[in-house]
Design a protein around this ligand. Sequence first.
Ligand code: UDX
Length: 437
Amino acid sequence: MKISVIGCGYLGAVHAACMAKLGHDVVGIDVDERKIAALSEAKSPFYEPGLDDLLEEVQATGRLFFTTDMAAAAGCDVHFICVGTPQKKGENGADLSYVDAATSTLLPHLRPGNIVVGKSTVPVGTAARLAEWVRQVEPLTQMMWNPEFLREGHAVSDTLRPDRLVYGVEGGSEDHPAVTTLDAVYASPLDAGTPRLVTDLATAELVKAAANSFLATKISFVNAMAEVCEASGADVTQLADAIGLDDRIGRKFLNAGVGFGGGCLPKDIRAFMARAGELGADQALTFLREVDAINMRRRTRVVELTRELCDGTLLGKRITVLGAAFKPESDDVRDSPALSIAAQLQLQGAVVTVTDPKALANAAGRFPELHYELDTDKAVQRADALLLLTEWQQYRDLEPYALAELVGVPRILDGRNVLDAAKWRAAGWSYRGLGRP
Ligand code: UDX
């Protein structure tokens, strides 16, 4: 099929490359010339494992190209809208200006029988509004909502082998003509047995908001348990292992630590609360305010614990933060707990050095006042305390004996609970985890 993908960020660039991998002819369109220039040379504008290789592979087949010109969408059968929906400045709601701009620039290029498929995470009701708009311009065009569940760091495999496909169509019927077209787009994963659910537009939009809210709630639940463990001397990692063995609960997303960040979970739960408020259903989601509050409290707690670890004062203390990205295998620093903690420590008088294998350029763009060092050995030199805040494998593998020779004072705060506490203590370190004795 001929496919256009509008918006080439984390979602769109991966989607475009994966659709070409599935055998379709794809054009990726974005207003950002730098992004398009990089992608045209098979270089991902952000770090995503496997994406550069995939871009090179599919571009060599001639089935994928990138442009800033929306006219390239003309002649495509299916148009995916993959632009961002960030949090509005100073408000909780989602900023839909990119979705609206992408749709309005696409409208003149639509042809009868085309399908417009929204993938961006949007407040419930957006798809119906856009469907009406599209219909007024080209009555024979169908609008669908097909939410994306990919995780950064696993985006390629999550797109090629999703755990489910959700198609939102007007009326919610399997017989909707757009269902057959989208089945042809996803023929490969469907043949491989991927479950596919057809819903109405509102349900499809809500599936995404609900999934992210559930994940955020799971993380904040275990972080709330970490607070109680800290108060009572219990160990939250053992607690998570034990409750996780109940398969109604499950162990995934029960890792206590500095909490969730990134470009999705924090802004999605806030936009969901804002939308529920507009719909008069705000009471239903007041618990998400608590989920958000527990999450933000982790960051303050780490600052307090660092102060305790540094004999009661941060003034002039050399602190090295291991990790800047919001999670490993990503260079994304949007709402990163690690960077937010680093900035708070600096404000309270510490001398902070941040290291990360991939995210330093993005981090320096957001927090230019912090000091950055790529080389781990150099970054930890003479440090009064280390804070492991993003669990990159190379930090999990750090050798406590060798590292003790480089730092000023062997003290470490394990913000992700991934180190072997006994091993580090045996090597002479003062070790603190979160929610662990
Ligand atoms: C998330 C959803 O997982 C994905 O389905 C959706 O499409 C987009 O949002 P992503 O933002 O890539 O994906 O990150 P995810 O892997 O979900 O992690 C989110 C945050 O939670 C990270 O900061 C991570 O470190 C944190 N986390 C995750 C925990 O603190 N504890 C856990 O147990 C799991």
